[in-house]
Design a protein around this ligand. Structure first.
Ligand SMILES: NC(=O)c1ccc[n+]([C@@H]2O[C@H](COP(=O)([O-])OP(=O)(O)OC[C@H]3O[C@@H](n4cnc5c(N)ncnc54)[C@H](O)[C@@H]3O)[C@@H](O)[C@H]2O)c1
Length: 276
């Protein structure tokens, strides 16, 4: 998709009140797109809407839980009253769980699968059919992660959701190609956003010092969500199917492809270090 000007186009971003979603919504608005945004956090969503309007673009902002099929159906119905279809659909809303499988409860699984996996399915289910029917192309951006192709014993639930988003995106890429709808699975590495404060930590990771270590580690790494947004725009422009973002995400991508055994060694070392 030509991203040089998005004037006259509508971009939808889920989880747009914070982090990568917020910065990408602002980047779309700066290129001239009108925005449809949703999030669970109404206060921050309102602030995001004001920033988009401040850039001279129109915005429809709604509190929507992406894990709820009913809420997503109602949201899509409202959006499609105003336009035939969105031009860019960005399924970004996501949460994280850190800690081993043996400490992850079924409630944890339902929570993360509901948001990270079904949230993306709901976005695709309720918005892509209109894009196809309108027959003017478009682009679907699904936010996976470097954890969507490299697994770790510290992230089993998160890995399962992000691998599923990457798999769905690869399948969709093929199905939507005849409709001139591109698909990009965005796979960032360690990005300094509030996700580190909001992640659920379980088992041996459920310690305040572990969280502080993680927050500080991501801050020191210093890769900001506005850089991710810039790279997402480039990946869509190039119609890239899988878009690792940040040097560590690229490194893991190549190690996984060419030396998967090395990835297992690194994983074992990191897990040992995390256990102290
Ligand atoms: N930060 C990272 O290091 C990193 C790395 C790779 C991938 N990601 C992915 O990027 C995406 C954005 O994460 P972020 O780092 O910007 O985190 P963030 O916490 O800053 O933003 C996530 C947003 O999603 C919203 N949200 C959560 N549950 C929701 C729900 N049920 N319905 C609607 N909105 C909901 C939150 O309120 C929040 O505003 C996520 O999918 C995450 O997994 C993040």
């Amino acid at each position: 998709m030509d991203m040089s000007s998005l004037r006259g186009k509508t971009a939808l971003v889920t989880g747009a009140a914070s982090g990568i979603g917020l910065e990408t919504a602002l980047a779309f608005a700066r290129r001239g797109a009108d925005l449809v945004i949703c999030d669970l956090d109404e206060t921050r969503l309102g602030a995001a809407g004001e920033r988009i309007e401040g850039l001279g673009r129109s915005v429809l902002a709604r509190r929507v839980d992406v894990s709820s099929a009913d809420e997503m159906r109602a949201f899509a119905a409202e959006v499609h009253q105003g336009i035939d279809a969105v031009d860019i659909l960005m399924n970004n809303a996501g949460v994280a769980i850190g800690g081993p499988f043996l400490s992850t409860s079924l409630e944890d699984w339902n929570w993360i699968l509901g948001i990270n996996t079904l949230g993306v399915v709901h976005g695709c289910h309720f918005f892509i059919p209109n894009m196809v029917r309108r027959a003017q192309g478009g682009h679907v951006i699904n936010v996976s992660s470097a954890a969507g192709y490299s697994a770790s014993s510290m992230l089993p639930a998160y890995n399962a959701t992000k691998f599923s988003v990457l798999g769905l995106s690869e399948a969709l890429w093929e199905e939507l190609r005849p409709h001139a709808i591109g698909v990009t699975a965005v796979c960032p590495g360690l990005i300094d956003t509030p996700i580190t404060r909001n992640a659920r930590l379980v088992g041996e990771m459920d310690k305040p010092e572990m969280r502080e270590d993680m927050v500080r580690g991501y801050q020191r790494r210093g890769y900001t969500p506005d850089r991710v947004a810039r790279n997402i725009l480039k990946a869509v422009e190039k119609n890239r199917l899988v878009a690792p973002i940040s040097p560590e995400a690229w490194a893991l991508y190549y190690v996984k492809r060419f030396a998967p055994w090395l990835l297992r060694r690194i994983g074992l070392l990191l897990a040992k270090r995390a256990q102290g």
